[in-house]
Design a protein around this ligand. Sequence first.
Ligand code: PMV
Length: 312
Amino acid sequence: MTEAGARAPGKAILFGEHAVVFGEGAIAVALTLYFETRVRVSGGDETRVDGRPMDRKHHAYYQEAVRQAWGARGPLEITTSSSVPSSSGLGSSAALTVATVAALKAMRGRLSQEDVARTAFEVEFAVQGRASPTDTSTASHGRAVYIARDEHERHLWTVEKGGNRWCIHDLEFPPMDFVIGYTGKKGNTAELIERVRRACEADAGARARIARIGAIVEEGRGALARHDLVRLGQLMDENQGHLSALGVSSPELEALIAAARPHALGAKLTGAGGGGSMIALARDSKACSSAIERAGGKAFQAKIDREGVVVL
Ligand code: PMV
């Protein structure tokens, strides 16, 4: 094949961010916000991304994806489009990487979600220096995904790197309407992880909160399986309380969460925090979105994506 395209969903963490760094589980959901990549063998003498020569500074993920999934098979024309807001904690770099890897692999033959997830993780790892496979596995598999240290039922694949081990699982889930609120500010993930680490070193209360978030993840799995939206919302609110007490929320996030709650079953920050985005399990998506926008956020309505990466 000399031409192929693929799309992959963005994601939000529903439960367990930060606690997952300490070995607790986490639940991520793929969202109906997509990154799409098209690749074509080009007649030119260099690879171009959206019309510009590919370079390390602007196109690190593309460059690494091409290196790992295409090699030296010749210059390409890469074109992209996206409805995943970038730098917002919604997994845009993973969606980009998964879509690009899948398109490149599609030109060379058959591919599986697992194969794409593994290569995309290696690409993110090479570019970021550290990465968990949460985002790339969720963008590859879609749906709702449970990440844990050990294997449980509905196990999909296990990723190991640098002494760490992540077992990725599929989860059953009910139809849900989410509203994402983006603060417009980017939190510094490394700094926020360090803040939580220091809090846990200094304070048994902080350690107890991490353990409780781990328990919320397990309860969340049960609530998803039972299709118990009311309990899911309560668990989101409780998880937010712990994240806030651990120091990773922000005034902007708190404002969007407060605005969303009258129209939601629950709401919390999603991802590293300190800015970035919040997620609400909406009762009324329209009212929830309007309230978030009035409070200064950018709102995105989304459901859970059911397909993961798709070759177009
Ligand atoms: O902001 P995100 O979506 O990359 O999530 C970060 C989640 C943390 O638990 C804080 C870190 C991690 O790698 O799991």
